[in-house]
Design a protein around this ligand. Sequence first.
Ligand SMILES: NC(=O)c1ccc[n+]([C@@H]2O[C@H](COP(=O)([O-])OP(=O)(O)OC[C@H]3O[C@@H](n4cnc5c(N)ncnc54)[C@H](OP(=O)(O)O)[C@@H]3O)[C@@H](O)[C@H]2O)c1
Length: 276
Amino acid sequence: MTTSQPLDLLPDSSTSFLSPYLPPSAPSDRVFVTLTYAASLDSRIALGHGQRTQLSGSESKCMTHYLRAHHDGILVGVNTFLADNPGLNCRYNIAGKSAVEASPRPIIIDPTFRCKIESRSKSMMAAASLEGKEPWILVSAEWRNSVSPSDLVHIQSIERMGARVIPVVGLRSDNRNESWAAILKSLKELGIHSLMVEGGARVINDLLCTAVDDINGAKISPVDVVIITIAPVYLGKNGVEVSPASALDNLYDITWDQFGRDCIMASFNKKLRADF
Ligand SMILES: NC(=O)c1ccc[n+]([C@@H]2O[C@H](COP(=O)([O-])OP(=O)(O)OC[C@H]3O[C@@H](n4cnc5c(N)ncnc54)[C@H](OP(=O)(O)O)[C@@H]3O)[C@@H](O)[C@H]2O)c1
């Protein structure tokens, strides 16, 4: 069981800085997506593949947990799950809410169930000790339809502990637009109205260049807000790089603030994507 300490509260100046970028309180017809991660000065998010790398200082870590408290779901790719074994809960104390209520739903994109999540995984332990919610693992419908007997036993055992393995039609590694449309549609149907996407690099790079159809059939970016922590370190050329496939200049209403030794950039992302 985990028994983690609550984090310090952010000063009013920091919560005021973040407040314009928080998801709206009333849900809309699509999922509100906040893309947020910590990067080095050379746009790396980890020292190397599979290497857990602490980049954020205590103040920006606190900000991340504050943001988690304002989202229904928190999503990572399976490589991040495997590298970092993240708890994906909220340790920011929100008045009147228990840790479970304040925590977003952990969501792992994992088309072929490589995560092999188990009771000792941090996110499962957080849920078992009432410090977070049980994770959902999004797998491809094709994989789920031909699941092996041993994987089926594994799924049944984690589902008994409250986790869910959710087949998503259209979830596939080789078509990011179709895949993200399918992910967001499924999550919306499951009651996730706001989603914080934390990484890793593949997820971030893909999401920045993805276009999905809005209700009128226009191509839009699924990303509403981008909040990036920039840590004053270089991780070097072997680091895991955030660099989308094409140049982008979509951010607006950009604000910068300093949290401890880190710099935070918060901005909105243009929705309409005429370039797709
Ligand atoms: N500094 C930070 O803020 C931060 C935050 C998070 C992670 N990280 C770091 O990032 C690194 C991991 O990044 P990564 O790029 O290797 O992996 P990742 O983005 O965590 O996971 C990528 C995998 O997730 C699945 N996936 C992602 N998007 C998908 C989509 N749209 N449709 C279907 N499947 C999808 C694929 O699994 P399959 O290959 O099975 O198809 C893909 O290979 C770790 O070192 C971690 O520590 C840093």
